[in-house]
Each structure stands twice: as C-alpha cells, then as structure tokens.
Design a protein around this ligand. Sequence first.
Ligand SMILES: *[C@@H]1O[C@H](CO)[C@@H](O)[C@H](O)[C@H]1NC(C)=O
Length: 296
Amino acid sequence: MAQAGRLGRMRLPWQNVLCVCVCAVRVHLLSACKSGCESDPLGDGFVKRVGSELVDEGDKKFRFASINAPNLHRVEVEPKPAECSLRKCSVEEWVRAPSEYEIRDTLCSIRQMGASVTRIYTFSYGDGPGFHVNRDGVLNEAWFRVFDQMLAIARDVGVRLIVPLINTNWIEGWGSVYEYGDWANEAGYSFFRSQSQRAMFKATIELILNRNNSLTGRRYADDSSILAWELGNELTDDEFHGFPVPVEWTRDVARHIRKFDRNHLLMDGGFFSTQVLAVTEIDIVGSGWRIMPNRI
Ligand SMILES: *[C@@H]1O[C@H](CO)[C@@H](O)[C@H](O)[C@H]1NC(C)=O
C-alpha cells in the first residue's frame, strides 16, 4: 500500500501510457460484450480419449480449465420468494427457464475467459411442470426445449458442456435419485441396489440420448456441443457421501449409454474411487473436494 502511494505521488510518465493501454482494452471488451460475442461455431467432431489424454477432432491435445455454470439450463430465483418460508411454494414459483440472453451472456463470458468447456448442473427430477424428468421417467418437453436452445447457443459460441445426468442428494427444486425410489415404490436410499430403479433410469437415459433437438435437428447423442455425459453429480452409495457407487452399477450404466452414443466422453460422477479406474467405458474420473464433518 505504502509503496503504491509513493508511486502515485511521483506520477511516473509511464503510468499515463499504461492507463491509455488499459482504456483501449476496455473499449475493445465493451464492444465485444455489446454484441454478445463473436459466433465461433463448433465443428461436428468430438473430443476423444487416447490413452490418458484427450484430443480434439484435429488430433490435437485437448486440455481445459474452467468454471461451472450451474444455472445455464434452469435458473433458481434467488432469494427464494419470502412467502416460501411461510408456506411450501411449488417449484414453478421460484425456478424459471433462462432467457436466450442469459444463456448467451454466460457462455460468452466463459469464452472470453479463454475457456472452451463448462459444466452445468443436473437434469431435474420430480412430479409436475417444474422438472425435466417427470414421474416414471417421462421427459418434460417444455424444459427440454430450453435445453435444446442452450445446446444450440453453446454450439454457436463454441463452448462444450459437461452434463451430469442426476443428483445424489435430494435438493429442493432439483430432485435426485430419490425420485426413482418413489416412482418404483421402493423406500429409502435404494437407487444403486434396485434393478427396477436402474431399468427406469436407463430408459430415461435412452430417451435423452435419442432426443432430436427441436432447433438444430441433431440427436443429443450426435451433438458435439456436449463434451461428456457425467453419470451424475457427487454420486455415492449413501446419502452422506461415505461409500462409492458400486462399480458394477457404473460399468452397467456406462455400457448402456455406449449402446446409443459412441461419440461422447463418459465421466463417472463419483467422488474419487480407485475402483472406477478399472471401468474401461469411463473416460474421465472425477473427484469432488469439499469440507465435510467426516472427511475432506
Ligand atoms: C429423430 O429424427 C430421426 C431422423 O429424422 C428419426 O428417424 C427419429 O425417429 C427421431 N427420433 C425421435 C425420438 O423422434
């Protein structure tokens, strides 16, 4: 601080030059922001895994560092309306679809940071019009149209997406693996052990992969704007993140996706477990880091 103050008083001549440079950059950024950002469409090629590396469609090494964009396809209104603490609001009262501007603006910001990938949050699961996947695994057309739009804009801006399929923890407004227990009439946290819930989830996955985008006509499984399907968000075999998902489940669901989709990378979606390294269908092993009472 003290040093900066001294420099300020001295008014070195080069400071004026620096200031002009910064202004020039600012003007450039502002004009880019005004028009959203330049369209820089993705090609039709996919990022592949070769050994332990990712390569793009031109066989060049593909690496990225980026941030999440959890609300890119579904916006939670924050703060939740005050009356929701007095009575239970329906999810439609505080969750809404993002506008085209919001989607483009977020993706452009990510692009302007120099990133080529972002990760969104999961599809939402629950009964009623507020969710992507409704009772018994039926897709909600209105929410998937918003998803169609997000994919089309991501393609145009040139950002690829990591899409986690389902959440472990039940979060109000998003639903989770618990919904399948409900729909299958099975109690407790039984998702990874129940064959009927697994069959229902696989049927949902099949519908998602085979969906044709209403704007671009592309089948989701053939859309290069998706970098990877992540089997879920923070998947664990218990609701307290104590035990990894049974590796047999991961292998089985990954093979199921491969039946319909030979294009996209597959990411496991668990906290790090060494067992998953043996699943050859999985291309990216994720790791969740967070401070919790019983682990870090
Ligand atoms: C998607 O489009 C293809 C080609 O037009 C068509 O054969 C297929 O049935 C469509 N799929 C769905 C789920 O509508």
